[in-house]
Write a protein that binds this ligand. Structure first.
Ligand SMILES: NC(=O)c1ccc[n+]([C@@H]2O[C@H](COP(=O)([O-])OP(=O)(O)OC[C@H]3O[C@@H](n4cnc5c(N)ncnc54)[C@H](OP(=O)(O)O)[C@@H]3O)[C@@H](O)[C@H]2O)c1
Length: 253
């Protein structure tokens, strides 16, 4: 039986991915800060499926939290076949006004921890000769987003990093997939303090979780969710960057 490690599994897309992978007979390693949420998910899944669910409550926005998590997983002699770097959050607001410490914790979580976990687990995958890495990027990865400046920049990093290492690893039987959700129903909007109206017609986290599983199975490198999001990303490529930035600013106003 294969094992998937999902960061940010206590709510939203990560929580739904736990259910989707469980339904597809994967053992689970679930990581987030809210231990009570993880415990509830573990007990629910264990009642429904015969599989092993391990939980680790780790704050992944701390420097060296990736090493800490990797060591905990190694101590338990758990082999990770699929790594899903999903934990992340956004901060809405003008760059000049955002608290620097809060922003730094986002930069660490969205980029540094994601990179370090990838480096630590990919080395094990290379030894065993297979693996899948999924990094949750965003449709915000494709253009600058005023009032979401640093968040969108972290997601541009996730996309470019994932595409580059997918290429490096293409002959090693290891897939790397960048998933790009648009607005999706989860706790994201509340945490990021984004207008909930933007999310009124958004797809569910469950839909994104199923989309992610299918993209991994197909070995996709970049997967943008939804026809409209695909069209928007396509049109951004042929539109002058200044205009694209102005449109994004208007959406985030
Ligand atoms: N929803 C959207 O519209 C949307 C669109 C594009 C991309 N995304 C991306 O999708 C991913 C999942 O977000 P979501 O929409 O499912 O939002 P969510 O419901 O807020 O879930 C975020 C998850 O990340 C975890 N997390 C946050 N800070 C953490 C920390 N310091 N250490 C460990 N875990 C932490 C949270 O758990 P704890 O609070 O328990 O730690 C939670 O499980 C994120 O990377 C987000 O950027 C979301």
């Amino acid at each position: 039986m294969k094992t998937v490690l999902i960061t940010g599994a206590s709510s939203g897309i990560g929580k739904e991915m736990a259910y989707v992978y469980a339904e597809n007979k994967y053992n689970l390693i679930l990581v987030a800060r809210r231990k009570e949420n993880l415990e509830a998910i573990k007990s629910d899944i264990e009642q429904k499926h015969k599989l092993d669910v391990q939980i680790f409550d780790v704050d992944l926005s701390k420097t060296n939290s990736a090493e800490l998590l990797y060591n905990k997983v190694s101590e338990q002699k758990l082999k990770v076949d699929v790594l899903i770097n999903n934990a992340g959050f956004g901060i809405n607001g003008k760059f000049k006004d955002i608290d620097m410490e809060w922003e730094e914790s986002m930069l660490i979580l969205n980029m540094i921890t994601l990179t370090k976990l990838t480096k630590l687990f990919v080395k094990d995958m290379l030894k065993t000769g297979s693996g899948n890495i999924i990094n949750i990027a965003s449709t915000a990865s494709f253009q600058a987003v005023p009032n979401f400046a640093t968040y969108a920049a972290t997601k541009a990093y996730v996309l470019h990093f994932s595409e580059a290492i997918a290429y490096e690893l293409k002959n090693d039987n290891i897939t790397v997939t960048a998933i790009c959700p648009g607005a999706t129903k989860s706790e994201f909007a509340e945490v990021a303090e984004v207008d909930q109206k933007l999310f009124s017609k958004a797809p569910s986290s469950r839909e994104l979780a199923e989309f992610t599983f299918s993209a991994m199975k197909k070995g996709k490198v970049t997967s943008i969710h939804g026809l409209m999001n695909n069209l928007l990303v396509l049109s951004a490529r042929t539109t002058p960057r200044k205009i694209v930035t102005a449109v994004a600013a208007n959406v985030m106003k």
